[in-house]
Ligand binder design. Structure first.
Ligand code: S3P
Length: 450
């Protein structure tokens, strides 16, 4: 599957139960960060379990363009020889981040305080996403940016020659914004302080500390205050990337809604800033257990065991949980359609600026599948039809969004009539083995003529 080629229409049919073991790929957020910090360390960083999805491959290519030596040994094993903090070279060509907002925004932060320029672009989805949330704080360091109207890509970033440290209160709950500011703070003398009112995924803080940077985190009434001391020498690391909870969500949720299913998803990262979906599913009455809880590479990890759950109930998802499950609302809204009663998801307006407007994409697709949905700018409400209750029988639009495509294919595995997506190609950005993995569990996925 390729996210860059011709559309790949695909249809999911209801079949037998899903059974077996689902070994999902490495965590996308951690994979991007491993490449970036490896590129800024001095010496050889070894990475195992790296996600070899298109988003991360685009970041690997970008790190080469900035002068790091990035080698692929095979099967998720990579070696990065970094150039040191402040050692980036000016790229000779445009940096194409493909579909990846995380790639674009974190790389911008990483080069923003070096005396070089770089021009960034991406696919139609990424070119439509707001970059002002990154360039506003970067301007405080002295970085200049020249983009299209509304702060869109293509955009040229001119790094600050004499960056000054900043104190920045992140105005939206966004790990990408927080991380971009911290990464810019790396090549800035003095202390850069980032304050987030709501905790978002903390992989950047954890990994920077692992690479030897001085990072402190203090919880105060103002929020989480993160202080980074600039211009450290980052020491190369050996990084084991845990499997991605956001990818695990798909086989887990499919197992919960397909009759008779019993699926084990081993080795999933359960960092509390990422695990909100699983708590929500348990509150809905899902038969989901965590087995063999352990720590791997500084992150909590467990095996997830999901079984068909014919008695799930709609719930009100606490809005303060949103940052810990922000990427999981599309698949949660599918599960909600197979529960009884209403599932109310509030405080989710950030979904409107992801790879697509995910509230609109899910609402329109679920309606086409016979589900009643209510929405406003910040809310999605799904009226459940109970186990086996979704009529299906529709073609949905993926909108260049991997998580929308996978969500509707999972819906089709349990709906009364098949569900199609117009383009499954974007799945390659985060979960390139989705199709064979789900088929091995017993799913019936058919590539359909356009
Ligand atoms: C990510 C942060 C989140 C998330 C994205 C990955 C990251 O985006 O949706 O898939 O790796 O930092 P926001 O920072 O926009 O919330």
């Amino acid at each position: 599957m390729s996210g860059h080629g011709d559309p790949i229409p695909m249809t999911a049919h209801r079949g037998g139960p899903l059974t077996g073991v689902a070994e999902v790929p490495g965590d996308k957020s951690i994979s991007h960060r491993a490449l970036l910090l490896g590129a800024m360390a001095v010496g050889e960083t070894r990475i195992t379990g790296l996600l070899e999805g298109q988003d991360v491959l685009d970041t690997a290519k970008a790190m080469r363009a900035f002068g790091a030596d990035v080698a692929h040994l095979g099967h998720g094993e990579w070696v990065v020889n970094g150039v040191g903090v402040g050692g980036f070279a000016e790229p000779e060509d445009v940096i194409d981040c493909g579909n990846s907002g995380t790639g674009a925004r974190l790389i911008m932060g990483t080069m923003a305080t070096s005396p070089i320029s770089a021009t960034f672009t991406g696919d139609a989805s990424l070119r439509g996403r707001p970059m002002g949330r990154i360039t506003d704080p970067l301007a405080l360091f002295g970085t200049r940016s020249y983009g299209r109207k509304g702060g869109r890509l293509p955009m040229t970033i001119v790094g600050a020659e004499n960056p000054v440290p900043v104190r920045y209160v992140v105005p939206v709950p966004s790990a990408q914004v927080k991380s971009a500011v911290m990464l810019a703070g790396l090549n800035t003398p003095g202390e850069t302080v980032v304050i987030e009112k709501e905790a978002t995924r903390d992989h950047t803080e954890r990994m920077l500390a692992g690479f030897g940077a001085k990072v402190s985190v203090e919880n105060s009434p103002e929020g989480r205050i993160i202080t980074l001391t600039g211009q450290p020498e980052l020491k190369p690391q050996t990084i084991v990337v845990p499997r991605d909870p956001s990818s695990a969500a798909f086989p887990v949720c499919a197992a919960l809604i397909v009759e008779g299913s019993d699926v084990l998803v081993p080795g999933i990262g359960l960092n509390p800033t990422r695990a909100g979906l699983f708590t929500t599913l348990q509150e809905m009455g899902a038969d989901l257990t965590f087995e063999n809880l352990r720590e791997e590479g500084g992150e909590p990890v467990a095996d997830l065991h999901a079984r068909f759950s014919d008695n799930m109930k709609g719930i009100e998802v606490p809005p303060e949980r949103a940052p810990s499950m922000i990427d999981e609302y599309p698949i949660l809204s599918v599960v909600a359609a197979f529960a009884t009663g209403k599932t109310v998801m509030r405080g989710v307006k950030e979904l409107r600026v992801k790879e697509s407007d995910r509230i609109d994409a899910m609402a329109r697709g679920l309606e086409a599948c016979g589900v009643t949905v209510e929405e406003d700018q910040d809310t999605l409400i799904v009226h459940g039809l109970g186990a086996g209750g979704m009529p299906g029988g529709a073609t949905t639009q993926a909108r260049l969004d991997h998580r929308i495509a996978m969500s509707f294919l999972c819906a089709g595995m349990a709906a009364q009539q098949p569900v199609s997506v117009d383009d499954a190609g974007p799945i390659a950005t985060s979960f390139p083995i989705f199709e064979p993995l789900m088929e091995r569990l017993g799913a019936r996925l058919v590539r359909t003529p356009a």
